[in-house]
Design a protein around this ligand. Sequence first.
Ligand SMILES: [Zn+2]
Length: 136
Amino acid sequence: MTPPMPSRLSRRTDHDPPGVKDLLTSGLARACQYAGARPACQVLAVVCYGPAALCAPCDQRRSTLGKGTRPVALPDPRALLQITAASRACEQAAADLRDAVAAARRAGHPWSAVAAILGGTRQAAQQRFARTAGQR
Ligand SMILES: [Zn+2]
């Protein structure tokens, strides 16, 4: 079987979990040889047989590819995807917090109430959120 064309790979990664495309374009992970060619392919390679990199499902289906070549395990790319997911969750939580503080301020709650909820001083809460929550 021949490796997929780059256009097939990029089309496939549009439907993959967030971060897969970034890992591949940054070179932090390798693409499976069958990415875009097999429906069950998980795109991110977990093992190499010489120059051929395979994801776990494609490795299980492997027949003659890499025969006689010692497999070399790659670091699990899902660990990097977990960082991506956690980082995005942090960004979303920070945006939610800014929105909640702004809503509390619009509802008439003083900075001292915001500070009491967050733990910290009124001045610290005001400095942190005044730009997005409106002054005073
Ligand atoms: Zn695969």
